[in-house]
Design a protein around this ligand. Structure first.
Ligand code: ADP
Ligand code: MN
Ligand code: MN
Ligand code: MN
Length: 334
C-alpha cells in the first residue's frame, strides 16, 4: 500500500503566516527518512515568480489521524534552493537558541485559544446580533452555553492519535471560543507540536463546515480576545523561587522587544481589560490575571515551579515566542 504523506509548512503571509499543505504519495517500504520536496513560493508570499522554487524539509513527523493507517503528517521547514533557511523560517533561529541553552532544560506549556466561525460570525452568535453577555460560557455545559464541542472532541482525539502532548482543553469566556494546551515540552518540541495541532484544528473543523481562527480580537467591544499564555520554567526555576523572580525581572527588562514578536494586533488585545495588562506596561504578580506575567499560587506556595507569560496573542509564532523567552530568561539566569 502506498503511503500518503501530508507535507505541512508555514507560509509567508504578512503580518501573520498561514499554514499550507500538500500530499506526497510514497511507495510502501521506502527510505525511513522522508525526502525533501518543493513548492511554488510565488503563491505563498515566499518567492518572486521568476525564481519561485522553495524547498520543504520534514522536521517533525506524526501518524496521520485523519487518513489513518500508515499515512503520515510531516511538518516541514522552508529552505531556499541552496538549502539554507528561508527568510520566513523562524524555526532555525529557535533551534539555535534551544541548543545554546539546553543545559537550562527549558520547558514550555502553551495555552492555545481560538474561535470557531460559521456563516461569518462566531459559532453561537445569533444572526445579526449578540448572544447574552460573557459570564457563564467559560468551562460551561449545556446547549445554551457551549458551541462546537463535537469539533473540539474530534480535534482532541486527532491530536492524541497523532501522538501530540496535549495537556488539556476547555471552553473559553466568549461563545465559540475554546482552548487547548500543549506541553510541557522543550522550545522546539512544543512549537512543532503546536503548529501541527493548529493544522489539525483547521483540518478537523473543515469536515464540520466550521472554520477556526486565531484572530486575537475576533469580536470588538466587551468580548475577550484570544491569547496563547506561555508557561515557562527552567531546571533552576523548578527548584528555586529566586530564579522565578529573576525570570520575571528579566522579561520586564526586555518587554518591548517581546511584545513586538508576540503576534500581530497585540495592542488590540492587551488593553488592560478582559484579563490582560496593557501592552505599554509590564507587571508580574502571584495569581494576578491582570498582570503581564502571573506566578501561579501553587508556585508561590511551593517556592518553585514555573511562570505564565500572559501576553502572547493566539496568532503568535511559537518559534519566535519560545526563542525570545528562552534567550531572555536563560541569559539572565546565567
Ligand atoms: P491556566 O490556569 O492559566 O488556564 P492551564 O492549565 O490552561 O493554565 O495551562 C497550564 C500549562 O502549564 C499546561 O500546558 C501545563 O502543561 C504547563 N506547565 C505545567 N508545569 C509546567 C512547568 N514546570 N513548566 C512549563 N510549563 C508547565
Ligand atoms: Mn488555560
Ligand atoms: Mn484561556
Ligand atoms: Mn492561562
Amino acid at each position: 500500500m502506498s503511503i500518503k504523506v501530508e507535507y505541512i509548512w508555514i507560509d509567508g503571509t504578512e503580518p501573520t503566516a498561514r499554514l499550507r499543505s500538500k500530499t506526497k504519495v510514497l511507495p510502501a517500504g521506502g527510505d525511513a527518512e522522508l525526502p525533501i520536496w518543493g513548492f511554488d513560493g510565488s503563491s505563498t508570499g515566499q518567492a518572486p515568480g521568476r525564481a519561485s522554487d522553495c524547498v520543504l524539509r520534514p522536521v517533525f513527523t506524526a501518524p496521520d489521524p485523519i487518513r489513518g493507517g500508515p499515512h503520515l503528517l510531516a511538518l516541514c521547514e522552508v529552505l531556499d534552493t541552496d538549502l539554507t533557511p528561508h527568510r520566513t523560517n523562524t524555526r532555525a533561529a529557535c533551534l539555535e537558541v534551544a541548543e545554546r541553552f539546553s543545559d537550562h532544560e527549558p520547558l514550555f506549556g502553551i495555552e492555545q485559544e481560538y474561535t470557531f466561525f460559521k456563516d461569518s460570525r462566531p459559532l453561537g452568535f445569533p444572526a445579526g446580533g449578540f448572544p447574552a453577555p460573557q459570564g457563564f460560557y467559560y468551562c460551561g455545559v449545556g446547549a445554551d452555553e457551549v458551541f462546537g464541542r463535537d469539533v473540539v472532541e474530534a480535534h482532541l482525539d486527532a491530536c492524541l492519535t497523532a501522538g501530540l502532548q496535549i495537556s488539556g482543553i476547555n471552553a473559553e469566556v466568549m461563545p465559540g471560543q475554546w482552548e487547548f494546551q500543549v506541553g510541557p515540552l522543550g522550545p522546539i518540541e512544543v512549537s512543532d507540536q503546536l503548529w501541527l495541532a493548529r493544522w489539525l484544528l483547521y483540518r478537523v473543523a473543515e469536515d464540520f463546515g466550521i472554520s477556526a481562527t486565531l484572530a486575537p480580537k475576533p469580536v470588538k467591544g466587551d468580548w475577550n480576545g484570544a491569547g496563547a499564555h506561555t508557561n515557562f520554567s527552567t531546571r533552576q526555576m523548578r527548584s528555586d523561587y529566586s530564579a522565578i523572580v529573576d525570570a520575571c525581572e528579566a522579561l520586564g527588562a526586555k518587554a518591548a522587544e517581546h511584545i513586538a514578536h508576540y503576534g500581530a494586533g497585540i495592542e488590540e488585545r492587551l488593553t488592560g481589560s478582559h484579563e490582560t495588562a496593557a501592552f505599554t506596561t509590564f507587571s508580574y504578580g502571584v495569581s494576578d490575571r491582570g498582570a503581564s506575567v502571573r506566578i501561579p499560587w501553587q508556585v508561590e506556595a511551593a517556592k518553585k515551579g514555573y511562570i505564565e507569560d500572559r501576553r502572547p496573542n493566539a496568532n503568535m509564532d511559537p518559534y519566535q515566542v519560545t526563542r525570545l523567552v528562552t534567550d531572555t530568561v536563560c541569559s539572565a539566569l546565567g
